[in-house]
Design a protein around this ligand. Sequence first.
Ligand SMILES: C[S@@+](CC[C@H](N)C(=O)[O-])C[C@H]1O[C@@H](n2cnc3c(N)ncnc32)[C@H](O)[C@@H]1O
Length: 204
Amino acid sequence: MTRDAATTDWTAYYEGGRGRTARDLVRHGAKARTGPGHAVDLGCGDGAETAWLLGNGWQVTAIDRTPEAMPLVRRNATAALGREPGPRLTTVVADLAVAPIPTADLILASASLPFVPKHAFEGMWRRIRAALAEGGVLAVNLFGVNDSWAHPETGIANMTFHDRPGAEALFDGLEMVELTEVTYDGPSGTGPKHWHRFDVIARG
Ligand SMILES: C[S@@+](CC[C@H](N)C(=O)[O-])C[C@H]1O[C@@H](n2cnc3c(N)ncnc32)[C@H](O)[C@@H]1O
């Protein structure tokens, strides 16, 4: 393994996604609730999903370990609203492996949780579950064990992967709204790869 999730520089990834639209995960997650409330965007990156949420009436706490993400989050939020977001947006630079997670009606994690190492995943997941408000929605991507990044020759160190039973077990006690297992060969920030992903929407 030549890359390590703990030391990845995400700035080129943000640049490559400049102007991108918000991912389906956030739209599906928001639809699983009756109306807007407080959302937490874990590993928010450039904040396209945070901006979409703000534009649709949510208050958002956007958390990411990469400080360079935050000016982009604010820029995208301001563009979506046509003005500065003010107190409706809180940005936090923190490592999800240890960060406190505020109580939320929607917890979104788009392509971010798998970059937290295995030894810290369980503790982080406990904090995520504890932060979910009554009736709140979890909308998350997990990466599967057949993903190229899970393999020694093509992989990235310090990531967390799940098989299907392991992924399903994380949502015990929640109402499963949607669990889609996605597998395809396609491009990535590190070149072409095999993608194996679980896209999950679950309600508390
Ligand atoms: C693939 S990008 C996804 C960004 C955005 N959510 C999206 O869907 O495009 C992964 C993001 O997770 C963040 N990240 C990775 N490991 C993290 C950690 N341990 N704590 C907080 N953020 C982390 C990175 O800084 C990066 O912005």
